[in-house]
Design a protein around this ligand. Structure first.
Ligand code: MN3
Length: 204
């Protein structure tokens, strides 16, 4: 069965002013759609991928063709990214359990946000910043291209809670070269309710 593009869980302009409508339209309808289309083409061209979910591909990523990595990662990471955001008035706040873990593992909320931004800024070229649970603890990592922490050859494996897209297409229309300003605005639309739920699941 072919992969399909999940709809955005909010309106295209719902994240303004942090992320503008035009960027969201292009990012979701063009970039994310292209990864879905290319993943389906890759599956058609590689019979060993038939019937696999993206998570099943990640579990044996190192033995699959490069196109499977780029396109399954591209689809999955973008869904994770868009679901990880919410209109500012619906974004919630860290749960007591998550806040405690952020203090314990990441040195507090301010340091967490600064280190997450640094992971995004420090990713040379295109890639992603991540908050993950690794061995029961929170950790901030980054990945190049469309790699993610679920892939079998991930340098830093873990359960993803939040990702920040630091490909230029995620911010260039509004922020041009100012990746740091984009990451700062990103925090105003982070979906804490979802992170809380994923954290509870990953540490259950
Ligand atoms: Mn992107």
């Amino acid at each position: 069965m072919a992969f399909t593009l999940p709809p955005l869980p909010y309106a295209y302009d719902a994240l303004e002013p942090a992320i503008d409508k035009e960027t969201m339209v292009i990012h979701h309808d063009k970039h994310h759609q292209a990864y879905v289309d290319n993943l389906n083409k890759t599956v058609d061209a590689n019979p060993e991928l038939a019937g696999l979910s993206m998570e099943e591909m990640f579990a044996k990523m190192s033995s699959l063709p490069r196109a499977a990595r780029n396109n399954s990662g591209g689809v999955w990471n973008h869904t994770m990214f868009f679901d990880g955001l919410a209109p500012a008035d619906q974004a919630g706040a860290p749960s007591p359990a998550l806040a405690e873990a952020i203090d314990r593992d990441l040195g507090g909320m301010d340091k967490f946000m600064a280190d997450f931004d640094a992971a995004g800024l420090g990713q040379f070229g295109s890639g992603w910043a991540w908050l993950i649970v690794q061995d029961g603890k929170l950790k901030i990592i980054n990945t190049p291209n469309q790699d993610n922490p679920l892939m079998d050859d991930a340098a830093e494996p873990g359960a993803p809670l939040l990702c920040g897209d630091v490909w230029e297409h995620a911010y260039y229309l509004k922020y041009q070269n100012r990746r740091a300003d984009f990451l700062k605005a990103f925090w105003s639309v982070v979906n804490w309710n979802r992170i809380n739920a994923l954290f509870a699941e990953a540490t259950a």
